[in-house]
Design a protein around this ligand. Structure first.
Ligand code: ZN
Ligand code: ZN
Length: 245
């Protein structure tokens, strides 16, 4: 290892261990767009977080670049099944011409190096159905594989983008990096969250936890998970009210 690199690691490890709590590296919240719901279930996605369909299917398309890391896709599918309370799997290929009515589709496009960022999430209508899309720049990830195994790099981006689809984070612990520009989407203030943005604070935290303690950012933070639990309880209660009326 290069001596400068080694010195940097020691300095960062010292800084990180002298106050290991994630709260030290939190970003500050910023205002959200005025139309953002301020109460439970906030902007959380009921379709992805409750068993609204029989299954979640990730359709993985290789548009450009090298093949996806299968382990990263397995991790995403496991996470989606856990939060979505139903089976979730992935399959390679293009989106089918006819969509199955019992399936929620997430289309993952591996685009090589076509984006100026790690990943991107958006949705589009296909035959009147909402299809969630994740784009991932896997060639950019490969450049960092000296730092983290590629399968973890790709898993972190997939789970980050999936977090945007889940509608995380609520306004009380989120921020817009380019506020008052809202185009980049909301990110989580907690550096131990897959939905954190890799800025200086998160990187400093991540350097210790990810590179040394091997704690990967492959799940959402306690605050995001608590919000998901609250939203689920809210939806269950409103479903019971609906059934009994
Ligand atoms: Zn993001
Ligand atoms: Zn979070």
């Amino acid at each position: 290892m290069h001596p400068v690199m080694r010195a940097l690691i020691v300095a960062l490890a010292f800084a990180a261990s002298s106050g290991c709590a994630a709260t030290m590296y939190r970003e500050h919240t910023t205002p959200f767009p005025p139309s953002t719901p301020r109460a439970v279930p906030w902007t959380l996605n009921r379709e992805l977080l409750t068993p609204a369909s029989e299954r979640i299917l990730f359709v993985v398309e290789l548009v450009a670049g090298h093949a996806p890391e299968r382990d990263a896709l397995d991790r995403l599918a496991r996470l989606a099944a856990r939060y979505g309370e139903r089976p979730a799997t992935w399959t390679a290929g293009a989106l089918p011409a006819t969509l199955d009515p019992g399936t929620t589709y997430v289309h993952i496009r591996y685009v090589g190096n076509q984006l100026d960022k790690w990943g991107l999430s958006y949705w589009r209508l296909v035959a009147g159905r909402k299809v969630y899309v994740i784009e991932i720049n896997q060639e950019r990830h490969r450049r960092w594989k000296w730092f983290l195994p590629e399968r973890h790099l790709e898993a972190q981006t997939l789970i980050h983008e999936y977090g945007h689809h889940l509608g995380l984070p609520p306004w009380d612990h989120g921020y817009y990096r380019d506020y008052p520009d809202f185009s980049d989407g909301a990110h989580c203030v907690n550096p131990d969250c897959a939905l954190s943005k890799p800025r200086a604070r998160a990187l400093l935290y991540g350097f210790w936890h990810v590179a040394i303690a091997r704690h990967y950012l492959e799940d959402y933070c306690a605050q995001c998970r608590a919000a998901i639990a609250e939203a689920k309880a809210y939806w269950q209660k409103s479903a019971r009210r609906y059934r009994s009326s």
